[in-house]
Design a protein. Structure first.
Length: 676
């Protein structure tokens, strides 16, 4: 099993989840040859001319690999790594990417039979591992504790808003502004926020995070960037070569980390990515990052990968038409082409009279694919530009269920973890790893009926006065029978804290994962009212994650990875039809894709960056191997009418598809012909 970096509480590797012995070592004898082991799994595999050029790259030089969708960049990266390891066993290499899904894909392709293979990790995970190896350099409360989604929403957000004296919506704007400044390494100020409100927030946040002892995920790369600039050669950064996947997803802070590592450690950078798939401007990433690589790293080599091994010809022809309209796209970019034996693929742009007809049409398309074209539901994606409050996905999901087709929700893990018994189960186990965890105690108080905000806020204020953390203040006041609290709250708090503390101090927790796994150990703790039983759905998730966990993983690390790895598991593997946003589907490959709501007012979104909106659609269109359908509604009523340009009574399909190789046709007639 491939082992991860030091694990934080979220945003980590995801690499242990799908680690398998999949990719064999590569032999280098002038030309690149794939090993017999891999040939056995892929008997028809041959390197393209473009791939062979990359595999002959000199590890002492910088390089950029511009890789279009499905062109085999991850396989090439691992093959290059194998060749470099074979020619220089002492070379120190680190593989980095932005998303956990991309990390998991790399991990799947890593083989460790005969030599030490570096662990792929995200930029956030790498930041955690380096900062934990260098205590005091990160500038965050220690020990490191990153709240999950429920904790952030129900503990951090509400109490910090009260501390700042602002509404939670205003607080969200303040946090987003702060995160943007971390990511862009500059001042990106929201004009709707006054300087007085901003200053009050900064002061309140500094106190709040110290008392509750948390660190936001967004600040980790910023903390590492600052530590590198102030301390130079930090232990844990001693590499000769950095292989960076999805380079176009990195923001100014991430890119600064790489430049500092390259300068301080004199290491080479190999950047792999695709400016045509740069879709994360919300975190201040931009295509210019990968486009200017040859100027940032001189001298460097440039390698294109333009032959897609994924998509059918008609799919690529349509997607090429869309992306070629980007006026900012470098003229030197070559269009994607297909391998000689690529299927033609089936494509269609389908019009429906209104959003209700479109919902029925999308569901009927799925049924057609399953029943007539023998496409497994797990090989079908339904993609949406946005889906706030499940406005678009809910009616599609309900219609699919009416047709006997079970949909999948890639974000279901967040909902499962929000259920009260599952939430208490998690927080008590976290206290088992650290008895005074402030966030866990605050969460348990929040979950306890009739404790009330007055009690919680009083504890918080007294912790500030005493220079203490919230959890430690709680335990101290418990020992003294909560002298400053009302009788009712005192009784409830004594019952809660007393039962948990007594139970915690009776347990003997292993330092690392027992041979039978963490879930078996947790089961051995059952039978107490302190630790609720997880729901059956949650238990299924825990079982899958436990089976994939590393042998030296601590309980704290196992608990920290439940949300991020659970999301990855649901996104990458599903028995049902996956419904998600276009951006969420990046990195996935399926047999069939239905892109719904492809009309002006939704794609592109009003006020959005036109170039990025076009790239988002391009990403959505290049997920499928054989079937690609785009649907649109001529008119919208109800909740979906308020999305995008809600004032439009009548709609047209997206102008990105105007005069393209695929003309719009009546969706009902298409389905009728398909059923005949």
């Amino acid at each position: 099993m491939i082992k991860g970096d030091v694990v934080g509480n979220t945003g980590g590797q995801g690499c242990g989840l799908w680690s398998t012995k999949l990719i064999a070592m590569f032999e280098y004898n002038g030309d690149i040859e794939i090993s017999n082991k891999l040939r056995g799994n892929m008997p028809d595999f041959e390197w393209t001319v473009e791939q062979q050029l990359i595999l002959n790259h000199d590890s002492n030089r910088h390089a950029r690999i511009l890789a279009g969708p499905g062109t085999g960049k991850s396989t090439v990266m691992v093959a290059l790594l194998g060749r470099m390891r074979q020619s220089n066993p002492d070379i120190r290499i680190k593989m980095l990417t932005f998303t956990r899904a991309a990390t998991a894909e790399l991990a799947l392709k890593v083989e460790e039979d005969e030599l030490t293979v570096p662990t792929p990790s995200t930029v956030h995970s790498f930041s955690i591992s380096v900062l934990l190896r260098n205590p005091g350099t990160g500038g965050f409360p220690e020990p490191l504790r990153i709240p999950d989604s429920w904790e952030r929403m129900n503990v951090i957000r509400s109490s910090l808003a009260a501390k700042c004296g602002v509404y939670v919506r205003t607080l969200d704007k303040l946090i987003n502004e702060m995160a943007a400044n971390w990511e862009a390494l500059g001042d990106d100020l929201n004009e709707a926020l006054s300087e007085d409100v901003r200053n009050r927030f900064r002061g309140a946040w500094a106190v709040h995070r110290e008392v509750l002892g948390y660190t936001l995920l967004e600040e980790l790369p910023f903390a590492l960037n600052r530590a590198l600039s102030q301390h130079g050669n930090l232990p844990g950064t001693d590499y000769n070569l950095l292989l960076v996947d999805e380079y176009q997803d990195l923001n100014a802070c991430d890119l600064s980390i790489l430049r500092q590592l390259s300068r301080e450690r004199r290491c080479s950078i190999i950047a792999t990515g695709d400016d045509d798939q740069s879709i994360y401007s919300w975190r201040k990433a931009a295509p210019q990052g990968i486009r200017r690589f040859p100027q940032d790293y001189v001298p460097s080599d440039d390698y294109p990968l333009t032959v897609t091994l994924r998509c059918g010809r008609r799919i690529i022809n349509w997607a090429n038409y869309v992306i070629a309209q980007d006026p900012d796209r470098p003229l030197s970019r070559l269009p994607l082409s297909c391998k000689d034996d690529a299927p033609e693929g089936e494509v269609a742009l389908l019009s429906f009279t209104d959003n209700h007809a479109e919902v029925r049409g999308v569901a009927s398309l799925v049924k057609y694919l399953v029943d007539r074209r023998n496409v497994p539901p797990s090989e079908i994606l339904i993609l949406l530009r946005s889906d706030y409050n499940s406005t678009f996905s809910r009616p599609i999901r309900e219609r699919l269920q009416q047709l006997g087709i079970e949909p999948s929700d890639p974000n279901y893990i967040v909902d499962i973890m929000s259920e009260p018994d599952n939430r208490k189960f998690l927080e008590v186990l976290r206290l088992l790893t650290r008895e005074d965890d402030p966030i866990s105690w605050a969460s348990l108080l929040e979950l306890t009926k009739d404790i009330g905000n007055t009690f919680i806020n009083g504890l918080f204020e007294r912790a500030i006065q005493n220079g203490s953390r919230f959890g430690r203040q709680l335990l101290t006041e418990y020992e003294n029978n909560f002298p400053d609290s009302r009788t009712r709250q005192r009784t409830l708090a004594n019952e809660l804290v007393g039962s948990i503390v007594d139970w915690l101090r009776q347990q003997d927790m292993p330092g690392v994962r027992p041979d039978e796994g963490w879930l078996a150990y947790i089961d051995s703790l059952a039978g107490s009212s302190v630790l609720p039983q997880p729901t059956d759905e949650f238990r299924e998730v825990l079982t899958a994650l436990d089976e994939a966990s590393d042998s030296d993983q601590t309980l704290a690390q196992f608990l920290a990875q439940i949300e991020p790895q659970g999301k990855d598991l649901a996104q990458a593997k599903s028995d049902g039809v996956r419904i998600m946003t276009m951006t969420g589907a990046k990195g996935l490959t399926v047999k069939a894709t239905v892109v719904a709501g492809v009309e002006d007012g939704l794609v592109p979104r009003p006020g959005g960056d036109m170039a990025e909106e076009r790239r988002v659609l391009y990403v959505a269109m290049t997920r499928s191997r054989e079937f690609l359908y785009c649907t649109w509604a001529q008119r919208r009523t109800g909740p979906t009418a308020r999305a995008g340009s809600g004032a439009l009574a009548s709609r047209l399909h997206s102008n990105f598809l105007n005069s393209g190789p695929v003309s719009s046709q009546d969706g009902r007639l298409f389905l009728r012909r398909s059923d005949s």
